[in-house]
Design a protein around this ligand. Structure first.
Ligand SMILES: Cc1cc2nc3c(=O)[nH]c(=O)nc-3n(C[C@H](O)[C@H](O)[C@H](O)COP(=O)(O)OP(=O)(O)OC[C@H]3O[C@@H](n4cnc5c(N)ncnc54)[C@H](O)[C@@H]3O)c2cc1C
Length: 487
């Protein structure tokens, strides 16, 4: 294939997108809309699109942020549920990809394992696994929309004596289709978003559920339906209603986050009062729903219409705050001496963070592991040419940031095309001080600290968690700022 006068046997694309989840589909839309003359494809490791929303199949799997902001701005979410279940989100992703001509650009069963940048030829050589077969192609720009966690290996908390347990052990990432829970004793280990989703759903399915947590999480109840959005939908055209509802929710979420950061005591009190009202007990709140940390030191969990509290209040589910001494053949012995009987144990103990989809990145043969890199605008890396990663917010819907990232990438690509530049490399100033990338103390973040890139000490080297500031920056800033270009 021919590119700027060079000839190689390998297929060459202007842009290679890795991953066909929400981010990759959004990237495809923006490439089509904003950079229509570029050649591009999406490589997806799995045999279906949808990423997270196709992988996770546990009972009740759902969003924990509202779909007006988790949906794409170019394809407003119109379903009546503002907090939606996994199958609905997957349908929406499939329909969006079909409608905008993205499905035909996705190559399923293509796992990208290596990417090597050559300064001499100004292109990436990408190695792809297709089952047993390895093949290569080249691209001018590599855009990693590969999510943030390891699809194959979840976090392994090394639960003591687990091997001696005679019942079934299930991880939410690999939920068996045929797992029957009705009438069985199920212990869900964990207190994060997955555990609080699973507990009421398993209880609904007829299980006797115990949520076993080492430490509580802050939990907020949100209405599954958003009545204000319903009104907006009645009085405004679809797109305008989508935009209005998105901004309403952006501002609402930012308000709660800022209040939590500036006046944590106020948020603690509001969340505790909300939980006490739903549970009908202040003792339960004190014992099981009052973390030692402040709200938004770790991600705030959301429960739609207070379903978790309802399950606990009605006695369908129980919460135990304790630590595991050891597993026994019939259950778990806790450090307090108490024993929990279990037929099934669900290890909702978290994901393993993985940046860049596990792709081994090299620049002119030199390895560039993500943990050694500094982010530029939270999407490119210092001294790594023509490569971007698409990551969302930790304190708001992923898509808000992912879409800005894709629009920024298209602006950069267009600038390069206009000026006939082939290479764009962020260059950090000498002596810049590195800082941790994410503002959370959650286990999954601290466990991954060594593998996460850093952010710098000033713009454009910051990873902000603020949609309004990012929006201005990503859509209007000068793409030449701290960027070196070459032909
Ligand atoms: C259960 C659950 C619920 C969530 N709920 C919310 C929520 O309510 N709100 C929110 O904002 N966020 C939520 N998140 C975070 C969620 O992951 C994002 O919202 C969003 O789905 C991420 O989309 P993505 O396309 O970036 O990544 P993913 O959905 O992870 O998709 C990445 C894709 O890239 C592919 N891929 C990865 N590496 C490679 C490779 N090397 N080669 C080829 N393909 C590769 C994967 O197979 C996958 O299909 C949730 C996460 C989970 C696990």
């Amino acid at each position: 294939m021919r590119d700027n006068g060079e000839v190689s046997d390998l297929e060459h694309l202007d842009v290679l997108v890795v991953g066909a989840g929400l981010s990759g589909i959004g990237a495809g839309y923006r490439l089509r809309e904003m950079s229509p003359s570029r050649t591009w494809a999406i490589l997806e490791a799995r045999d279906s699109l949808g990423g997270t929303w196709d992988l996770f199949r546990y009972p009740g799997v759902r969003s924990d942020s509202d779909m007006m902001t988790l949906g794409f701005p170019f394809e407003p979410w119109t379903d009546r549920d503002a907090i939606a279940d996994g199958p609905k989100i997957l349908d929406y992703l499939r329909e969006t990809a079909d409608k905008h001509g993205i499905t035909e650009r996705i190559r399923l069963g293509h796992k990208v394992v290596e990417a090597d940048w050559s300064s001499e030829s100004a292109r990436w050589t990408v190695t792809v696994e297709r089952g047993e077969v390895r093949e290569q192609l080249t691209c001018g720009f590599l855009y990693l929309c590969s999510g943030y966690y390891d699809y194959e290996r979840p976090h392994d908390p090394q639960l003591p004596g687990l091997g001696s347990f005679d019942g079934e052990v299930v991880h939410p990432q690999f939920w068996p289709d045929d797992l029957a829970v009705a009438g069985r004793k199920v212990v869900v280990i964990g207190s994060g978003a997955t555990a609080v989703t699973l507990v009421p759903s398993l209880a609904d399915a007829g299980a006797y559920v115990t949520m076993l947590q080492r430490t509580p999480s802050w939990i907020a109840s949100l209405p599954r339906r958003d009545r204000a959005r319903d009104v907006l939908q009645k009085v405004l055209p679809t797109r305008a209603a989508g935009t209005a509802a998105r901004y309403k929710n952006v501002l609402g979420t930012m308000g709660v986050y800022e209040l939590s950061r500036r006046r944590p005591a106020v948020t603690r009190s509001l969340l505790s009062k909300g939980a006490a009202k739903s549970l009908g007990s202040t003792d339960l709140v004190a014992d099981h729903f009052t973390p030692t940390y402040d709200p938004w030191d770790q991600r705030l969990c959301v429960v739609p219409d207070g379903d978790l509290f309802e399950a606990v209040r009605s006695g369908q589910a129980h919460v135990v705050t304790d630590t595991i001494e050891t597993f026994l053949p019939h259950g778990i012995r806790l450090h307090s001496g108490r024993e929990l009987d279990a037929d099934v144990v669900v290890t909702a103990t978290g994901l393993r963070i993985q940046i860049a989809g596990g792709v081994a990145i090299t620049v002119d043969g030199q390895a560039r592991p993500p943990g050694d890199l500094t982010v530029y605008r939270g999407l490119m890396f210092a001294d790594v040419p023509n490569l971007a990663v698409c990551v969302g917010y930790v304190n708001a819907s992923w898509t808000l940031r992912a879409d800005l990232a894709s629009r920024y990438v298209c602006r950069l690509l267009n600038h390069m095309q206009q000026h006939a530049w082939r290479v764009a490399t962020p260059r950090a100033p000498a002596g810049m001080v590195g800082r941790p990338l994410l503002p959370l103390s959650s286990g999954y973040v601290t466990r991954a600290a060594d593998d996460l890139p850093q952010q710098g000490d000033g713009a454009p080297w910051l990873m902000r968690q603020n949609y309004l500031l990012d929006r201005r920056d990503m859509l209007r800033s000068d793409v030449t700022d701290a960027m070196s270009f070459a032909r």
